[in-house]
Structures are given as structure tokens and as C-alpha cells.
Design a protein around this ligand. Structure first.
Ligand code: ADP
Ligand code: MG
Length: 262
């Protein structure tokens, strides 16, 4: 186990303090996130799990500066998102955040290469040779011979690999992935997970929402969300133990129930 001091000396990339988020249906407030607190350190690989509708994507959209909290503070790479106007928020998003979605979100009429280049039209960093980098990234995800293909000519796994390359083009300080393997078969999910593991090993900070406990336990840390609140935030090894215990409890209940019937 890491000691507290060592953990504290790492750079905080995402700092979430007492965050609430509501949606409004007409005049009715619908609270979705209800006091969320956590920090993500540079180089972390974090999984977020929880039932459908628990607020995972809502949280991700806040972390990704696509939306603002109703109250509370979110600091991304040293910048308090509440202090930024819309342009500032868009800039932070473009420069520091890479997004990967379940539906890939590629532009159909653009080639794989053009899709990877797309974020650079809105936000550019100095000292990056983007055409060279786009090709390198597509090569990294094994698509050097598919650069001129359009999304309709790519499989789901290939499309997601293009999306991974696109998410990395601006050298973001954090990668956010919302159920990146949700549309993929288990073999292709493994492949995508392999890329995330590799990226993390080379220093990338990754937050990944997933429904798949087997993938979640292969990150470093698993945050569980229920009904807009964090109910568990543990190292992945402990999460494995929790799942085993929960499964045992369910089996004991079933066994007791069966015995009762007889
Ligand atoms: N733009 C929105 N307007 C109103 N309600 C929303 C909106 N987006 C999400 N919700 C509601 O917020 C809740 C949490 O949604 P979401 O964050 O997508 O959950 P998850 O990703 O965990 O499945 C759901 O009940 C959903 O219907
Ligand atoms: Mg979701």
C-alpha cells in the first residue's frame, strides 16, 4: 500500500469538492449529483461504476467541462471551472481533456485521419506537429493502413481505436472514457482495455466509466456511485474482495431461500 505522504505528493489533476448537479424539468428541480467529493492524481487509472441512471455520465460531463455544477467546486489541472467563462471552459476542454464515448462519436463523412485531426481545428498547442502526430497515433492503435477509411468502412473496435487516437491528439492531461467498451464484444473490449493500460503505464491519467466489473478491477481504483453519491472509493484489489463478498451474500440468501422452501 502506498503511504499517505507519497500519495499526497503527487499532482492533483482533478479535484471535486461537494459537487451537486440538478436538472430542471420545467420548474421542478431534479437532483442528480448530491455532494460528490474525490481527487484524481496524475497517473491514476480510475474506474467509475454504478447502476444505470446513477449519475456517472453527468459527473463525467462536469469533469470534461461540457457542463457546470449547480454548486460545488471542480478544479481541472489547476483551473477552477467556476471561474472560467464559456470560452475559457471550451479552451480548457480542448487543451487538457481527451474524450472517448460509447458510440465513438466519429464524424461519418471524415476519414479516420481527418477525425483524429478534428480537435486541432478548435484548439492547438504549440510545438506539436499535428499531421505527424495523427499518423503516429493511428499507427499506435494499429490503423496505419486504415487512415483514409471513413467510419462506415471500419468495425466497432477500429472506430473506437480511431476515437482513442483522436482523444490523444492534443496531448491532454486527462482522458475521460464513458463506457468505451459498451458497444464492443469481449475480445475487442480487451483490446481497448489493453490500450488504456498501456497509455496509463506511459503516464496518462484515465477516468473510465464502465458496467464491466472485470474491466473495472483492472484499473487502479474503483469509485462506485449510487443515486448521485459516492458509496465506495477503493483500490481495485479491494473492490475485487467486495464483489466476492457481495456475490457470496447473494448466494447465501438464495441458499437460505431455497432451504426455506423445502
Ligand atoms: N440533460 C438532462 N436533463 C434532464 N435529466 C437528465 C439529463 N441528463 C441526464 N438526466 C437524468 O439524470 C440521471 C442520471 O443520468 P446519467 O448521468 O446519464 O446516468 P448514468 O450515466 O449513470 O447512467 C438520469 O435519471 C437521467 O435521466
Ligand atoms: Mg451514462
Amino acid at each position: 500500500m502506498e503511504n499517505k505522504k507519497a500519495a499526497d505528493s503527487r499532482k492533483v489533476i482533478v479535484d471535486v469538492s461537494d459537487v451537486y448537479k440538478s436538472y430542471y424539468l420545467g420548474h421542478e428541480e431534479v437532483p442528480i449529483l448530491k455532494g460528490v467529493n474525490f481527487q484524481v492524481f496524475e497517473g491514476d487509472f480510475v474506474a467509475i461504476v454504478g447502476p444505470s441512471g446513477s449519475g456517472k455520465s453527468t459527473l463525467m460531463n462536469l469533469l470534461g467541462c461540457l457542463d457546470r455544477p449547480t454548486s460545488g467546486v471542480i478544479v481541472v489541472n489547476g483551473q477552477d471551472v467556476n471561474q472560467l467563462d464559456d470560452n475559457g471552459l471550451a479552451r480548457l476542454r480542448g487543451m487538457e481533456i481527451g474524450f472517448i464515448f460509447q458510440q465513438y462519436n466519429l464524424i461519418p463523412r471524415l476519414t479516420a485521419y481527418e477525425n483524429v485531426m478534428l480537435p486541432t481545428y478548435a484548439s492547438k498547442k504549440e510545438n506539436i506537429d499535428y499531421p505527424k502526430k495523427a499518423k503516429e497515433l493511428l499507427k499506435m492503435v494499429g490503423l496505419e493502413d486504415r487512415m483514409r477509411h471513413k467510419p462506415s468502412e471500419l468495425s466497432g473496435g477500429q472506430s473506437q481505436r480511431v476515437a482513442i487516437a483522436r482523444s490523444l491528439i492534443n496531448a491532454p492531461s486527462i482522458l475521460l472514457a464513458d463506457e468505451p467498451t459498451g458497444n464492443l464484444d469481449s475480445k475487442t473490449s480487451e483490446e481497448v482495455m489493453g490500450y488504456f493500460r498501456e497509455l496509463n503505464r506511459s503516464g496518462a491519467t484515465i477516468i473510465m466509466i464502465t458496467h464491466n466489473n472485470e474491466l473495472a478491477v483492472r484499473t487502479d481504483r474503483v469509485i462506485t456511485i449510487h443515486d448521485g453519491q459516492i458509496t465506495r472509493d477503493v483500490p481495485a484489489v479491494d473492490f475485487v474482495q467486495h464483489i466476492k463478498e457481495e456475490q457470496l451474500t447473494v448466494m447465501e440468501h438464495l441458499a437460505a431461500h431455497e432451504t426455506g422452501i423445502r
